[in-house]
Design a protein around this ligand. Structure first.
Ligand SMILES: NC(=O)c1ccc[n+]([C@@H]2O[C@H](COP(=O)([O-])OP(=O)(O)OC[C@H]3O[C@@H](n4cnc5c(N)ncnc54)[C@H](O)[C@@H]3O)[C@@H](O)[C@H]2O)c1
Ligand SMILES: [Zn+2]
Length: 355
């Protein structure tokens, strides 16, 4: 199974996509590492704690249970976890293993970034979304009262290990939401990945070979983009395809109605339509892509939301620089353009058409 290198100024590391990789976790722990702290949630531990423990091959560790939930992704939890580490022998030689969905990989990574000014972390993402996105790339963080992910640090892991076996227990809603980030990677960089979405029955049924390909290809793309641009100056922004709109939908619905990936599905429909209206994307290609997006996300509707309120959110997005809303638009499958200063009237038309 594939393994991809991420090379940044801070560190080079492997992102591994491999069925059963959890069982060889011990191979990724450097010699002379001190105490191990596994940050996880109860549900993940119940399903997969045994496999992780087997992978540590008898090494002792302290388990820190995070209660889960976006409302708990707060710096107060990081402080509580750091106190728990200290009380249990944590020091500069310690290692954090973040074992869970994106909330755990973000918060566990942040804990490692700040504990004693920074100790290593191994990321073991267990949702599809986290395997293809949150678990690789080194972005860590927590939410503020005023918004999501507004506090954090770039902290690249020692390794990112995606074991697709753990996805067997993932609830369907989470799985389908995670697929949004997979098709996003296809649309921005890989026609082959986009084509996987034409095999609806197999992908829906989590066919092992197809799913492994989808994860590996998404991770490859993320690693490539992150290696070229760690801190989001330009290229990394293509990973935000559909996200300007998605973030507005999430904010407008108080992060409670849609999962992140669900908002991304809707956001990609809107931005594909926008790409067509602004003549970046030929109509026939837009129709094919919109049809595919509809097939997978047609049940997700947000047409009760006020387009003008969404546009107002977009101009407050943290990725908006100097008031200009940037859109990642499609010029074709695997071909994106970052465009700023898109007329609000056209954005409004696309919102009305595709929400
Ligand atoms: N750092 C980044 O680059 C980045 C990128 C994308 C998203 N994120 C962050 O990721 C978070 C969302 O992550 P998420 O979608 O993984 O949600 P999540 O972490 O809340 O996980 C979803 C639910 O699934 C459970 N779960 C996890 N793995 C499971 C498994 N294998 N079997 C059964 N249940 C399982 C979790 O306990 C949780 O209840 C957001 O906070 C977002 O900001 C970060
Ligand atoms: Zn996303």
């Amino acid at each position: 199974m594939p393994s991809f290198a991420v090379t940044t100024a801070a560190r080079s590391y492997q992102a591994v996509v491999e069925r059963g990789a959890l069982h060889r976790l011990h191979e990724f722990i450097p010699p002379r590492t001190g105490k191990l702290f596994v940050v996880t949630t109860d549900d993940v531990w119940r399903h997969h704690g045994g496999a992780l423990e087997a992978g540590l091959a008898g090494r002792s560790f302290h388990r820190i249970v995070f209660p889960g939930g976006e409302e708990k992704k707060r710096i107060s939890q990081v402080e509580a976890m750091a106190d728990e580490m200290l009380a249990n022998g944590g020091d500069r030689s310690s290692l954090v293993i973040a074992f869970g969905g994106g909330i755990v990989t973000d918060l566990g990574g942040f804990l490692a970034a700040v504990f004693m000014r920074g100790i290593p972390v191994i990321q073991i993402p267990t949702t599809l979304l986290a395997q293809v996105d949150a678990g690789v790339g080194g972005k860590t963080g927590a939410n503020l009262q005023g918004g999501k992910n507004l506090i954090g640090a770039f902290h690249q892991p020692l390794a990112a290990i995606a074991d697709p076996n753990v996805l067997a227990s993932l609830p369907e809603r989470e799985y389908l939401a995670g697929l949004a980030e997979v098709i996003k990677s296809g649309l921005i960089r890989s026609e082959e990945l986009y084509k996987a979405f034409q095999r609806k029955d197999d992908l829906y049924a989590r066919n092992a070979a197809l799913l492994d390909f989808c994860i590996a290809e998404s991770v490859r793309i993320k690693c490539e983009v992150v290696s070229e641009d760690e801190k989001e100056s330009d290229l990394r922004r293509i990973l935000n395809f559909g996200h300007t709109v998605a973030h507005a939908i999430e904010a407008e619905t108080n992060y409670s109605r849609f999962l992140h990936g669900e908002a991304v599905w809707i956001g990609m429909r809107v931005v594909t339509d926008l790409s067509r209206r602004l003549a970046y994307l030929p109509s026939s290609e837009a129709a094919h892509i919109l049809d595919t997006l509809q097939t997978w996300s047609g049940g997700l509707r947000a047409n009760d939301l006020d387009p003008d309120r969404l546009i107002a959110h977009m101009s407050k997005d943290k990725k908006t620089i100097q008031g200009r809303v940037n859109f990642v638009l499609l010029a074709g499958i695997g071909d994106v353009k970052i465009v700023s200063g898109v007329p609000a009237g056209t954005v409004r038309e696309s919102l009305i058409a595709e929400l």
